[in-house]
Design a protein around this ligand. Structure first.
Ligand code: C5P
Length: 314
């Protein structure tokens, strides 16, 4: 498990890359006494990445770069710093580390960018300090940091249950092409779940482990058209209630022939499934022209979870 540090000049550096995600299916049950909602979700990791670079430092410090870097807290509430602290405490490590996050996943966008940072930070600190934690130990620390952090570690395609942190790998064939319509103003996950509660009964009727059979069959067959039809997000009505303008984004993607379109996780990012890479470009251009997104990203999925990489992205 222990990864060698890469020597860059005279400084040791560990760079870890972790993916964002889209929930292909997200079924949400009624809030439980612990304040969380039970859910069944099918995650797909997509090629929009966060890089976390660990270098020597005094104490635990953080810097962030990328188009939305100014939106990311760099104090002790930051999930990557919390991940570093959790791992240091667990492994009894007193050394410091500086973490630098190169952000590409939208902030508060429903694509688990903060969770990807935490997953990447766990792996980076484990390698940087030579802590040698097992996969199970990393998973346990990840689940303690947030519901989506364990998926950031494993990536690919997985069914999440519990709070989304209990993962089972799912079979998936082929490559899927996505367009993400990103908004500058994010949505708080906690607020979206509260709105879900307010919209009494929304989505809870079909909650159950067998409810995504069609979706899982489409993935096994590599059938993008069937997958497009099966996409479903129980949080979408709540996200639309809080950000009604998303209806236009959904409609605009539908108008240019997206195989399926839905709000990603708790939103406000809208994910449109395209027929091909070229079709993704067409959808992206149409969304930009219609003025229904602040930024448009194209990506493919599924991709691996957090991994140590030797060199920066080209
Ligand atoms: O686990 P995480 O910190 O990502 O969750 C953020 C918030 O989203 C929680 O505090 C909770 O209000 C809500 N949530 C929920 N049910 C889930 C996951 C998250 O109600 N399964």
């Amino acid at each position: 498990m222990t990864q060698p540090r890469v020597e860059i000049g005279s400084q040791p550096e560990v760079r870890v890359r972790a993916p964002g995600k889209v929930n292909l299916g997200l079924r949400v049950g009624a809030r439980e006494p612990d304040g969380y909602h039970p859910l069944v979700t099918v995650f797909q990791a997509v090629s929009v990445y966060e890089d976390v670079v660990a270098t020597p430092g005094d104490g635990l410090t953080l810097s962030v770069s990328g188009p939305q870097a100014h939106l990311v807290p760099t104090d002790e509430t930051n999930l990557a710093l919390r991940a570093a602290r959790a791992l240091a405490e667990f492994a009894g490590i007193d050394d410091g580390v500086h973490l630098h996050i190169e952000k590409s996943v939208p902030v508060a966008g429903g694509m688990a960018g903060g969770s990807a940072d935490a997953a990447a930070a766990l792996l980076a600190c484990d390698a940087f300090w030579g802590a040698g934690l097992s996969r199970d130990q990393l998973h346990e620390l990840a689940a303690g940091l947030g519901s989506d952090v364990p998926f950031g570690l494993v990536g690919h395609t997985a069914i999440g249950s519990g709070r989304g942190d209990v993962l089972t790998p799912a079979l998936s064939r082929g490559e899927y092409h996505w367009v993400f319509a990103v908004r500058d103003v994010g949505l708080s996950t906690a607020r979206v779940y509260a709105e879900f509660d307010a919209l009494a009964g929304a989505g809870s009727g079909a909650f159950g482990p067998d409810s995504d059979l069609e979706l899982l069959q489409a993935l096994r067959a590599g059938d993008a058209t069937a997958l497009g039809r099966a996409l479903r997000n129980d949080l979408q009505p709540a996200a639309l209630e809080l950000a009604p303008e998303l209806a236009e984004t959904l409609a605009a993607a539908d108008d240019v022939g997206a195989l399926g379109v839905l709000v990603s996780g708790s939103g406000p990012t809208v994910a449109a499934l395209a027929r091909s890479r070229a079709h993704a470009q067409v959808i992206g251009a149409a969304l930009t022209a219609a003025g229904v997104a602040d930024t448009v990203l194209t990506a493919v999925g599924p991709v691996p979870g957090a991994r140590v990489i030797a060199s920066p992205s080209p």
